[in-house]
Each structure stands twice: as C-alpha cells, then as structure tokens.
Design a binder for this molecule. Sequence first.
Ligand SMILES: [Zn+2]
Length: 204
Amino acid sequence: MTMRSSSLVVVPAREGRAFPLSAGQRIQISDVEGGQVGDVFAFVRDNPTEYHSAAHTRAHVDRLFPTLGEQFVTDRRRPILTLAEDSSPGHHDLLIPACDPARYAALGVGDSHPSCAENLHAALVPLGVSVDVVPQPINVFMYVQVNTDGTLSWLPAPTRAGDAVVFEAALDCIVVVSACPQDVVGINGGRPTPLAVELFDTAG
Ligand SMILES: [Zn+2]
C-alpha cells in the first residue's frame, strides 16, 4: 500500500504528545536513540470515556504481549488499533501500568518527578480533552519477561536507534505517546531519550 507522510513530531525525552487519527490512518513511533520505552494510550475520538484496555486486549487475543498483526480493543471490546508493522526486536509490554507520581514517591525520588500519567493529561490539554482515568498503556519497546516461577523481570529496552512500530487506527481515535521518564528502574537504561512520531494517510 502506498502511503504518504502527513507530519513528523519529536516527542522530547520525558514528555508526551497527543495525535488525533482517523480510522485507516497509521501512526509510526520510532525510537530515536535506542533503548527507550513509549507509553501508548488510545481513546475514542468522539467519546474518550471509551479507550484501549490492556486487560480486554489480552482476553481478545489470548496473549500476554503484543505481536505483529495484533488487534487492540477498547474497554467495550471494539477494535481500536492494529499493530501493522514492527522493525524492533518485538518486545512490547501489556502488563505494567503507566508510571505516576505515587510510583516515583515509592521509589524514593519524590512525587514531582515527570511521569507518563501526568504526560497523558498534559498532552490532551491542547486538544481540549480531559479524562478521568489513566488506562494501562501499550508499552512499546518495553521488555518485561515472565519467569517460570511467575515473577516478572523488567529488562532494558533492547531497541536500536531507528527501530519503529506502526499502528493502524480501526476507529477515529486520539493516540497519546509518552516518552517514558523512568530513570530509576532500568527499563530506559537510566537515560530517557526522545521518540519520533509520524502520521501516514493512505494515498488516494
Ligand atoms: Zn513511564
């Protein structure tokens, strides 16, 4: 399918941005320097009380972690995104909630540390949208391993510079991408870096 680029936005390290998408549009999220996790949220554009739900998606696809072609569904079990392309090593987490002020306070670095939860709310302000929830995100490039004893290992993102995923919108939606500010737990190698986002329309 021939695509044409419609915009390119750098999401600075530790910040978030929101992107309105129409059904059929694609959003590419690239790891600029490598080793960076992105928290991805998706809300139905004309009714943000409906949003991507990690729990409902796991039940929909019978998997713990996203794979190429995976359909992500809302809390009302409607497809909202599809993982259309993936040039990364393929590790994306669907178990861990967004980092938030309470998480950083518990880690001993205070509650004024930037977080994906606060990035979500701030990113929606320019669109005039506010939400009461912080849904569990799709954590692109985040490598969480489930061990045989049931424990989880939070591993550094194995992405290289330029690795990217592409999601296709199944509904008109708002996608929020947060370049995760986590620098206490080692998922970003202790050094948060930017992500690049590009939107594509189908040529026609
Ligand atoms: Zn985060």
